[in-house]
Structures are given as C-alpha cells and as structure tokens.
Design a protein around this ligand. Structure first.
Ligand code: NDP
Ligand code: 8X3
Length: 251
C-alpha cells in the first residue's frame, strides 16, 4: 500500500488530488489549517474508498508546529511515496508601489518557505528509503509575469527554481521531482486572492471555461504513474481559452 502526503487538502487542487489518489488506493496524510473541513475530506475518502488517512491541522508557515505534526507521525506513516507540495495562495493584485506588506509576507511565507519546510522533513524520509516522488505545484505565474502579479509571480518563479534545485540535489537518492504548472483553475484561489470578495473572484472566470481542479489532479496522476525510469520534469497546463498569463479569450 502506498502513501501520499498532500498539503492544502481542504479545497481546490489539493482536495481533488486527495480524491484521485484515494481512488487509486493510496493512504493519505492530509495537511491544512481548517480542521473541520480537513476531517470532513478525510472521513469522506475513508468511507468512499476504504483507505486510511491522517489529518494534520497545521499552518505550513509555522515551522515548529509543522515539524512537530510531521515528526510525531507513527513510523509507518513516514513511508511517504508521493509528496504533493500544493498549499499556496495569492493575496491581492496591486502594482508594486501599492502592494500590501502583510500580503507579500503571507505569499512568500506560504508558497516558498512553507514548501521548503515540508520538503526538508519529507525528503529525508524519502532519502532513507531511496525512493519517492515530489510534486511541486507551480503556475504559469512561475513561467512569466503578468501585470500586478509581481510578488505572487516571484513566489512561483521561486518554486520553479526550487523544483529544479531539488531534482539535482535528490538525484543521487533516486527521488523524482516534478513541477505541475497550471494556468487558471476555478477553485477558492480567486476568492482567497480577493479576501472573500466573491463577485470579484467570479469575474476572473467570466466568459471563459477555466480548468477544474480535477484536470490538474489527473496531470499529477499521469506524472506519478509513469514507469520507474521515466520522470516528468514539468508540465504547463492551460485552459484552451488562455494563451499566456494575461492573454485570455473571453466570449
Ligand atoms: P485553494 O484556495 O482552493 O486551495 C488552497 C489550499 O491551500 C487550501 O486547502 C488551503 O487550506 C491551503 N493552504 C493555504 N495556506 C496554507 C497554509 N498556510 N498552511 C496550510 N495550508 C494552507 O486554491 P488552489 O487549489 O487553486 O491552489 C492550490 C495551489 O495551486 C496553490 O499553490 C496555487 O498557487 C496553485 N495554483 C492555482 C491556480 C489557480 O488558478 N487556481 C493556478 C496555478 C497554480 P486551508 O485554508 O484549510 O489551510
Ligand atoms: C494562479 C493562476 O492566473 O494568477 O497561479 O497565474 S494565475
């Protein structure tokens, strides 16, 4: 039986991955901050697929809490086959001179430092077993920069660099590293970016068919299910109606 650890499993891409990996028979370690929602996801998947889960209510930005939650897992649960570094967010969409410092801190702490904190611990477990696969969720925003995307784009460019760096550093240990870089996916992402403003969030997807979270989960599963000698380095997945970060066809 295999185990996947998914950060940001309460909604969007992380929740879709939890469902798809559970359907494939994986046991799941699910990490997020919203306890009730996390437990609900875990209960539903246990009932539906007969798998086992561990829920870790943790904020990936807080190293000590995260580290305690991970390190106190029973030894059998540290045999992680797949790590999906998915927890992440955007806050605001402002020009650099009007940016909010606390938004910048939140994005950098979550998307970059949080990803690093999780990876440091779990990669050591994988190194001990000389096997594992790390999936980093980047973005089109990590391949190019769009107006007012500044700091969010910078964090996703950092994920791109870390993805490449991890692949080099973990090569001697037989660990695969893959970046999955989505364009627009309709999840809670825009609602979070605009701090609960539902109508502004909805406008992001006006007149186009965005990706859905399961499109990305399926791409991740494709990467994970390749034979042992094949690694997908990265994948850029866009809605048909989106040519680049800012070039979008709206009806
Ligand atoms: P959602 O807002 O739907 O999901 C984000 C998840 O991350 C939630 O489960 C949230 O859980 C978790 N999370 C956020 N902050 C923290 C934290 N500090 N500690 C632990 N968990 C956290 O968005 P998406 O599913 O769209 O986003 C998932 C990833 O995909 C992100 O990295 C995002 O940047 C990336 N992405 C999204 C795109 C999109 O268009 N939607 C496109 C390209 C990339 P909780 O609040 O319970 O902690
Ligand atoms: C999230 C999607 O469109 O803001 O990475 O780049 S977008």
């Amino acid at each position: 039986m295999k185990t996947a650890l998914i950060t940001g499993a309460t909604s969007g891409i992380g929740a879709a991955c939890a469902d798809l990996f559970a359907a494939q028979g994986y046991h799941l370690i699910l990490v997020a901050r919203r306890e009730e929602l996390l437990k609900e996801v875990a209960r539903r998947l246990e009932d539906k697929y007969g798998i086992e889960t561990k829920t870790l209510v943790a904020d990936v930005r807080i190293h000590d809490d995260l580290s305690y939650a991970l390190e106190t897992l029973p030894a059998a649960w540290k045999q992680v086959d797949v790590l999906i570094n998915n927890a992440g967010l955007s806050q605001g969409l402002d020009p650099i001179d009007k940016g909010n410092i606390s938004d910048w801190d939140t994005m950098i702490d979550t998307n970059v430092k949080g990803l690093l904190y999780v990876t440091k611990i779990v990669s050591n477990w994988m190194i001990a077993r000389k096997s594992g696969h790390i999936i980093n969720i980047g973005s089109i925003a990590g391949q190019e920069v769009y107006p007012n995307g500044n700091v969010y784009c910078a964090t996703k460019h950092a994920v791109d660099a870390l993805n490449k760096g991890m692949r080099i550093d973990l090569l001697p240990h037989g660990i695969k590293v893959t970046a999955i870089n989505p364009g627009m996916v309709e999840t809670e992402f825009s609602k979070v970016r605009f701090k609960g403003d539902e109508s502004r969030a909805k406008k992001v997807y006006d007149g186009l068919e965005p990706l859905v979270a399961n499109d990305i989960a399926e791409a991740i599963w494709f990467a994970v299910s390749r034979p042992a000698h094949v690694n997908i380095n990265d994948m850029l997945i866009m809605p048909t109606a989106q040519a680049s970060g800012a070039i979008i066809k709206r009806d």
